[in-house]
Design a protein around this ligand. Structure first.
Ligand SMILES: [Zn+2]
Ligand SMILES: [Zn+2]
Length: 263
């Protein structure tokens, strides 16, 4: 397989999950074979964070985030100071994943909104960008981002599945839009339109591995190497070479998470 010379970055994966136990060498070899040079390992709770950080400490081309996924109800309130402390490690490049998920969680979700606010406050304190998850909660997500001044640090709307309107509102707050394997699914017609229209300088690609394996691997355990299939589909939709999507999304990734270059 011919690698895109710019290299691709998987901006969101969960390599600390048990799916990859004893398989890391293989996962890294597949990345190389697919021209995927880096991956951001995303934390979903504080108990799992040491393992996520361990990956970023062990390998130069892995980075870590710290945060609590909105589907993790246990743990109660979150002190932003705790996050700021954990995020002070130089291999931690983002706060999240955080956000709102009204699909998986039900009932009184004040705890979710409060915790989202705590993440944004922590991000502003430590000056690191946010990784935001939103599902069936776009209006509240954008409102809280505005109320808490998330634009000050920016970040990414990960695994984007919302409308172009929502994408534009997030981009207006300085956020990036990250596409996952969902964009390769035949029934994702509206999302394909969004992938055509998003600003190239705000576009990222991800796998959300182990979830959401792209076509032609749909249904399997996903892995960072397959972000290539996501990028290929985005390139096809935008009628540009893979190289253009690889170059832009990789440049965007390093500008956002490593402070290299300016917006
Ligand atoms: Zn997510
Ligand atoms: Zn995730």
């Amino acid at each position: 397989m011919e690698a895109a010379s710019a290299g691709l970055v998987d901006s969101h994966c969960h390599l600390d999950f048990p799916d990859y136990e004893g398989k890391l060498a293989e996962v890294r070899e597949e990345m190389r074979a697919h021209g995927v040079t880096h991956a951001l390992c995303i934390s979903v709770n504080l108990e799992g964070f040491p393992k996520v950080l361990g990956l970023a400490e062990a390998y130069d081309n892995f980075f870590a985030s710290v945060g609590i996924h909105p589907d993790q109800e246990e743990g109660g309130a979150l002190d932003p100071a705790r996050l700021v402390e954990l995020a002070s490690h130089p291999r931690v490049v983002a706060i999240g994943e955080t956000g709102l998920d009204y699909y998986r969680a039900t009932g009184d979700l004040d705890w979710q909104r409060e915790r989202f606010r705590a993440h944004i406050r922590a991000a502003r304190t430590c000056g690191k960008p946010l990784v935001i998850h939103t599902r069936q909660a776009a209006a509240d997500t954008l409102r809280i981002m505005q109320e808490e001044g998330a634009a000050e640090v920016g970040g990414v709307m990960h695994c984007f599945t919302e409308s172009l309107e929502v994408a534009e509102a997030a981009m207006a707050l300085g956020f990036h839009i990250s596409f996952s394997g969902i964009v390769t699914f035949k029934n994702a017609k509206a999302l394909k339109e969004v992938a055509r229209a998003v600003r190239l300088d705000r576009l990222l690609v991800e796998t959300d591995a182990p979830y959401l394996a792209p076509i032609p691997h749909r249904g399997k355990t996903n892995q960072p190497a397959w972000v290539r299939h996501v990028a290929e589909e985005v390139a096809r939709l935008r009628e540009v070479p893979l190289e253009a999507v690889a170059q832009a999304s990789t440049r965007n990734f390093f500008r956002l998470f490593r402070g290299m270059g300016s917006i």
